[in-house]
Design a protein around this ligand. Structure first.
Ligand code: A3P
Length: 325
């Protein structure tokens, strides 16, 4: 029997098992043998049972805020760098390990009648996210918000532009979305961030490869904007939340903001900040036409997928498909 120093041994091990180079965290509490050897000071009862996965610019902050108003739900503690979003499953935070994630869900976070949830809008189109999320939270409910992918792309461009991004400020939206593969990398990167997350059916299939269809709840993001109370009522039923609260009383349209906001009192509302519901010019017709054509195969696939899942086809999707048909 031969052995080697730890590092050499590890190298040898990973040569033999390259598939294990990337860790995949499971829930220690799901296996009695792991639980027995886990420290007494650790916990896992407050791990989230609901994940709002985005994509970005679809109204995910509004949904997060509305969920946070529900007495049966508790959100994670905020991250010092990414605020309410932990962005655990989609980037290097994952390599910080389960303890890192658990620290945002301390036992004191929720009382016994509350369930915890997390929202990170970058999860939707993260390559490894569905697999990682399923390994840790196999019974989680996954919430996805979909708006017109063209509008999402434009909202993302405006978002990046208002953050002072030079590429977005030096190129029109049309120049960004039509950039070809020989364009400079920063321009191609921005094009990809505008366009790719809107290929909804592609990413949905990836989630469905890990989670059962019954675990996925798809929200029409344009309805979330115009009638959030009805969206929240349906969502409460899906999550089987008790008590069932009336969001018609908790949300109020704020004419100045142009969106629904939290009703603080009869006169006062609390709206999301300036960066949510930005004011910017309408998309130019040339870009709208380009995007309608660009997204047609993706939207067609999405429509088929929703029918297959027995879900309603949102009005925006019907409109986009008929505008091109
Ligand atoms: P715009 O700023 O482009 O209008 P996210 O939170 O995922 O980044 O999404 C931001 C988008 O949420 C906003 O995009 C806005 O249209 C939409 N939204 C939906 N409901 C909202 C609400 N009640 N208040 C503010 N923005 C809302």
């Amino acid at each position: 029997l031969a052995s080697a120093p730890p590092l050499a041994l590890a190298e040898k091990y990973f040569q033999l098992r390259p598939d294990e180079l990337n860790p995949l965290w499971g829930n220690p509490c799901d296996d009695i043998r792991h639980r027995r050897i886990w420290s007494k000071s650790k916990w896992c009862g407050t791990l989230p049972r609901v994940l709002v996965v985005g994509p970005q610019k679809t109204g995910s902050t509004a949904l997060y805020t509305f969920l946070g108003m529900h007495p049966a739900l508790a959100a994670n503690l905020p991250s010092p760098s990414t605020y309410e979003e932990l962005q655990f499953f989609n980037n290097n935070n994952y390599l910080k390990g389960l303890d890192w994630y658990l620290n945002f869900f301390p036992p004191s976070l929720a009382n016994s009648s509350q369930i915890t949830f997390e929202k990170s809008a970058t999860y939707f189109d993260g390559d490894l996210v569905p697999r990682r999320a399923h390994a840790l939270l196999p019974n989680a409910k996954i919430i996805i918000i979909l708006i017109s992918p063209s509008k999402r792309a434009y909202s993302w461009y405006q978002h990046i532009r208002s953050h002072g991004d030079l590429v977005a400020n030096n190129h029109s939206f049309h120049a960004v979305i039509t950039a070809n593969d020989s364009a400079p990398k920063p321009l191609r990167d921005l094009r990809n961030r505008c366009l790719n997350p809107g290929k909804y059916s592609h990413y949905l299939e990836r989630w469905l490869a890990e989670f059962g269809g019954h675990q996925l709840h798809i929200i029409d993001g344009s309805l979330l904007r115009t009638d959030p109370a009805s969206v929240m009522n349906t969502l409460q039923k899906f999550l089987k939340l008790s008590p069932h609260v009336d969001y018609n009383k908790m949300l109020k349209y704020d004419a100045k903001k142009g969106f629904y906001c939290q009703a603080v009192s009869n006169e006062r509302t609390k709206c999301l900040g300036k960066s949510k519901g930005r004011v910017y010019p309408q998309m130019d017709e040339q870009s709208a036409k380009f995007l309608r054509r660009y997204y047609t195969p993706h939207n067609t696939a999405l429509s088929k997928l929703l029918v297959r899942l027995g879900r309603p086809v949102p009005q925006w999707l019907k409109d986009e498909l008929s505008a091109n048909g």
